[in-house]
Design a protein around this ligand. Structure first.
Ligand code: MCN
Length: 795
């Protein structure tokens, strides 16, 4: 079935209420902390209070003697059992052909700690309180070393900085580039105008509602481990844990990621705690639970973003883009987290063409180690950083050349598809003009001047900012990703199990941690099989039940996971037609399937899907010589390209010039996410993304003290999370150009809001401040920063 026929089926485009919400809203969810196993013990981690130190000695004797303590483990114990460090899943090759520097990432420190929060020892006790009390009694003799935390300093290798890893002199991980430098330089030489910009993409802490949580369990009866973990991709977790770290066969470990209270990327990875608890559950023959508290989450969850960039855009006299040149330094933190290395390269630099037909783009990226928590993919991952750079440059170019925000964009929009960008990606489809036009209409751009005058009358400054984003979702295909350094496949798996009574259970390798898959995936199956949505159950998050899966990240689930389900449904339909043909005494090539009924073409002879299902399991009248009984099919789907959601966002802010306070007054988001399965869920996803993106632009900032390396924003007292009353009503609109290469026509929507919104906000703030002479501002645009920029512009 083609994407166009699919989009017309019942249930597609319907705002079906979320099936999962009953249990979430009535407290019946089963999160990792809700799981209580017999013989349960509790773990607490001893974490480094220093950003960088030698670990000279760890004395666990007092902790071991504490009440209730079962065992205390250190890095030496882990090493003695030949447990490896955490692996990195993406190999980046430097421009000189050398592999990136890949220093060891021990699960418990051996002789050095490299960031505040680094794991030193694990205490296991009968109760959580006993484990925490005993952890305080572990005595660690540290020799404190100098720390380096920010990328703007570490990249200056002419200065002598502390070195984190002997494998990485100068703390340098890789130098990577894409694009044709000579062509770009020659285009710049001919430019009528060059716009340049230095900017910082601020470090963020993910802060999912449910902090990370782990239960390690071991059965002596079966010699099998079970790891319950708040995680986005249980099969990948299992693969890394078994093949790379513990040296176990995969079938000896079952990973269950039950209800997960948000991840936003931070729960993609294999963390030290996951390994420690799994390993220790056999050592002490007890079930062990660890739930991060919020402070531990701030210290030890993988952080996001943290780029410093210089970007330049060359234009001709008419405002056409000729070339873009970018240099980015990325902070990877103290160790390489699972997919960290792909973020500032594959997921960032390849998006720098944006929505524009800029003929040449050249990007150089240096990645660095610092004494900070590891950085990895966080909602958007690389694409927000790319969009921020492109859209800030484009807006600035408009101001500098006296063009309007829409004129400069429309002039340069790509209009012919497929479109090969100069940075590897090929966009399959889009309609950027339609998104812009719809967004301008919904934002009432023509009424802006009146609103601006009204703000002025109140002593406020009003500004309007644009952002036309494009992103790449559903990273693919596996063979190209492999050639680019991925150490994993990027397909998805789906299994359809039709029961004798005709209801269906779907097993998917995708993972839902807030995105509503139990509803939208059921809509897809219900649409195809002509059934009610509540006849279908979706199972995910358990390597013991789901055949295989690559999990959820990069807004891939509906487009890759959903496509795998569609493929399995094709197989179901093919087999079911054969059964129907037998029942109807016709040839299967004459059978049509529609709305849950199999018909012989051109006749009124018909059997229902339910009759076929029953026949498959009660095969009394059945072609047993030609066909196996049962109706159960599995499919793997490896996409041929990314999907490319795109849109235009328009933000209007009001700034108080006395206090620097910024208020988002209006925000319009028009997105093209292809065919929409469930508009209510898509809208919710866009809302969530917008709040995270606007949060980055105005409030959130992860700050380490530049000398001591202490995390200064380690709690909600110091790290400002956005709240509902910080936002206006979001004006949401849609344009639909169905994705050309998956059977649903969908593109991802989970990250769009977080990608497109930050530049719209900052461009709006800069527009408001333009009359005061403020030309630049970094995120987050806090009142203090805005006020300081206003004061600085006065001198
Ligand atoms: N959908 C749809 N029609 C489309 C596209 C999507 O109806 N054209 C639906 C999907 O069926 C799914 C939801 O929208 O129910 C999101 O789908 P998709 O864009 O495929 O994204 P994923 O399900 O793969 O979710 C991952 C994405 C990412 S990468 C982050 S980070 C993120 C996000 O989604 N983290 C989230 N949204 C989140 N939402 C919540 N509540 N919690 C998180 O941790």
């Amino acid at each position: 079935m083609g994407a166009s026929d699919f989009s017309k089926l019942p249930h597609i485009g319907e705002s079906v209420l979320r099936k999962e919400d009953y249990r979430f809203l009535t407290g019946a969810g089963q999160y990792t902390d809700d799981i209580v196993l017999p013989n349960l013990s509790h773990a607490a981690f001893v974490r480094s209070p220093h950003a960088h130190a030698k670990v000279k000695h760890v004395d666990v004797s007092k902790a071991l003697a504490s009440p209730g303590v079962l065992q205390v483990f250190t890095g030496q114990d882990v090493a003695a059992d030949k447990i490896n460090g955490l692996p990195c899943g993406w190999l980046i090759t430097s421009t000189d052909g050398q592999p990136m520097k890949e220093p060891p990432h021990p699960i418990l420190a051996l002789d050095r700690v490299r960031y505040v929060g680094d794991h030193v020892a694990m205490v296991i006790a009968e109760t959580l309180e006993q484990a925490r009390d005993a952890a305080e009694k572990v005595e660690v003799d540290y020799e404190v070393l100098g720390a380096i935390v920010d990328v703007a300093s570490v990249r200056d290798v002419s200065q002598k900085h502390p070195t984190l890893h002997e494998q990485a002199p100068d703390n340098h991980c890789y130098h990577w580039a894409i694009g044709d430098k000579a062509q770009v330089d020659s285009a710049f030489a001919k430019a009528a105008h060059i716009t340049s910009l230095d900017l910082v993409n601020n470090r963020l802490v993910p802060n999912a509602m449910e902090p990370r949580a782990v239960i390690g369990s071991y059965s002596r009866a079966s010699d099998e481990y079970t790891l319950y973990v708040s995680n986005q991709n249980p099969h990948v977790e299992r693969l890394l844990l078994t093949a790379f770290v513990m040296g176990l066969p995969e079938h000896k470990v079952r990973v269950i990621a039950p209800d997960v209270g948000g991840g936003f990327g931070s729960k993609i990875y294999l963390y030290a705690e996951d390994v420690c608890l799994t390993w220790a559950s056999k050592k002490i023959n007890r079930n062990i639970k660890w739930i991060a508290d919020r402070n531990e989450a701030f210290l030890s969850d993988a952080h996001g973003r943290d780029h410093v960039s210089h970007g330049e855009l060359a234009l001709d006299a008419e405002g056409n883009f000729l070339a873009m040149r970018v240099k980015t330094d990325a902070n990877l933190g103290a160790y390489l987290s699972t997919f960290s290395t792909a973020v500032p390269t594959i997921l960032y630099a390849t998006l720098l063409a944006g929505q524009y037909k800029t003929p040449q783009v050249y990007v150089e990226v240096d990645a660095w180690f610092t004494n900070t928590a590891p950085v990895d993919a966080y909602r958007g991952a690389g694409r927000p950083e790319a969009c921020y750079l492109v859209e800030r440059l484009v807006s600035r170019a408009a101001w500098e050349t006296g063009r309007t925000q829409d004129e400069i964009r429309k002039r340069n929009f790509i209009t012919q598809f497929p479109y090969q960008t100069p940075v590897a990606l090929q966009y399959d489809i889009g309609d950027f003009h339609a998104c812009m036009n719809e967004s301008e209409k919904k934002a009432d751009v023509s009424g802006f001047e009146v609103r601006k005058a009204a703000s002025k009358a109140k002593g406020k400054l009003r500004g309007m900012g644009y952002s036309s984003y494009i992103e790449a979702c559903g990273i693919a295909p596996s063979n190209i990703a492999g050639a680019l350094g991925a150490r994993a496949g990027l397909f998805e798996c789906g299994e359809i199990r039709v029961h004798p009574t005709g209801s269906v259970t779907v097993f998917t390798g995708s993972h839902s941690h807030g995105q509503g898959h139990e509803t939208t995936f059921a809509q897809v199956v219900a649409a195809r099989l002509g059934m009610a949505v509540d006849q279908i159950d979706i199972v995910h998050g358990d390597t013991g039940r789901v055949p295989f899966g690559m999990g959820t990240y990069g807004s891939r689930s509906i487009s890759v996971g959903g496509a795998a389900i569609m493929k399995a449904l094709d197989k179901i339909e093919t087999k079911a037609k054969k059964i129907a043909a037998h029942l109807l005494e016709a040839s299967d090539t004459d059978i049509e399937f529609s709305k849950g009924e199999f018909r012989v073409k051109g006749t009124d002879k018909m059997v229902t899907f339910g009759q076929v299902a029953l026949t498959a399991y009660v095969p009394h009248n059945y072609p047993l010589d030609k066909l196996e009984p049962g109706l159960n099919e599995t499919a793997f789907y490896d996409p041929t390209n990314f999907t490319f959601p795109a849109g235009t966002y328009i933000c209007e802010v009001e700034v108080d010039p006395q206090t620097g306070q910024v208020r988002v007054d209006r925000f319009t988001a028009v997105d093209d996410v292809g065919t929409i399965i469930n508009p209510m869920i898509v809208e919710g996803q866009i809302h969530g993304g917008l709040v995270q993106g606007i949060g980055q632009a105005l409030f959130e900032n992860c700050v380490y003290d530049s000398k001591s390396g202490q995390l200064l924003s380690g709690s909600f007292m110091d790290y400002t999370m956005p709240r509902a009353d910080d936002f206006p009503h979001f004006e949401i609109g849609h344009v639909c150009t169905p994705c050309t290469h998956n059977p649903l026509g969908t593109k991802g929507c989970g990250e769009a809001g977080a990608i497109g919104s930050p530049p719209a906000v900052i461009n709006a703030v800069l527009d408001a401040l333009a009359p005061l002479g403020v030309k630049d501002l970094d995120m987050p645009a806090t009142p203090h920063r805005v006020w300081a920029a206003i004061q600085a512009a006065k001198v």
